[in-house]
Design a protein around this ligand. Structure first.
Ligand SMILES: [Fe+2]
Ligand SMILES: [Fe+2]
Length: 263
């Protein structure tokens, strides 16, 4: 990526706002006198932009905490409710619209739905394999943000020849100082063969979740990811079969919650 292109893209990162589907509830929560930390945790866990920016702010606070912050709950404890509310308000679009499904360039709703399903699939997949709730949270965050680079490409308003969403995502990782497991997943989730770092299991779990959520039809790719995870394709598929309906239930619940703000 040449320097001019990098500058152009980087200058657009601060303009990435929260998603249309979450902006109504975000405005409601930030304007409510009765907002609790639980409301803010729930909200910020339902929008990849809010989550990414929240982690950025928490990790910048006091010159980076001793242990990196990688969950919405910890970030809100560190920052306090008013700071988080102010952050959310700064990320609200000027006009809160019901949805942008007709947007010709990019379907924001589909983006949200895909990110959500990959995040929950990766997280449930980790739990089914015996990982702790704390570890599963890392799988969730990496899954939720894996395609965040698409929002930056969308934000520039034009096609960026030769730049894919993994490259634009890398710029976001640098700008938001995202933790390495999130960064590695964003950069390598399509080129997992090139990766040999320490977050291989998270990266491959997100890659296989991405494949399953997309109902991919290249079986060789699926089997290759499973093999790298050290699992058989049959086992991965049976786990997915077990968790699929729970992911769909969580999706419906989240949509109902976000739409209950009345926007
Ligand atoms: Fe992707
Ligand atoms: Fe994806």
């Amino acid at each position: 990526m040449d320097d001019d292109l990098r500058k152009t893209l980087t200058s657009c990162i601060d303009n990435i706002q929260c998603l249309p589907l979450t902006s109504g509830m975000a405005a409601y929560i930030c304007n409510s006198y009765f907002t609790s930390p639980i409301d803010l945790i729930r909200l910020t866990s339902l929008d990849p932009v809010l989550l990414g920016r929240l982690l950025h702010l928490a990790n910048s606070f006091y010159d980076r905490p001793a242990q990196p912050v990688d969950s919405a709950a910890r970030a809100i404890i560190i920052l306090g409710m008013n700071t988080v509310k102010n952050l959310v308000i700064s990320l609200l679009p000027e006009n809160i619209v019901k949805n942008e499904k007709n947007n010709s360039y990019y379907d924001m709703y589909a983006f949200w739905q895909h990110s959500f399903c990959v995040a929950f699939t990766a997280s449930f997949f980790a739990k089914k394999r015996g990982f702790s709730a704390e570890m599963a949270e890392k799988y969730f965050t990496a899954g939720f943000l894996h395609d965040i680079g698409k929002l930056l490409l969308f934000r520039t308003g034009e096609q960026m020849p030769g730049i894919d969403h993994c490259q634009s995502g890398e710029l976001i990782c640098e700008n938001w100082m995202l933790e390495n497991h999130i960064k590695d997943t964003i950069i390598h989730h399509h080129l997992y063969n090139e990766y040999s770092g320490e977050h291989k299991d998270i990266l491959l779990s997100v890659a296989v979740s991405n494949y399953l959520v997309n109902s991919g039809d290249e079986e060789a790719v699926f089997l290759d990811i499973c093999k790298k995870l050290g699992l058989s394709g049959d086992l991965v598929f049976s786990i997915y079969y077990d968790i699929k309906s729970t992911v769909e239930y969580e999706l419906q619940k989240a949509e109902l919650y976000l739409k209950s703000a009345g926007f």
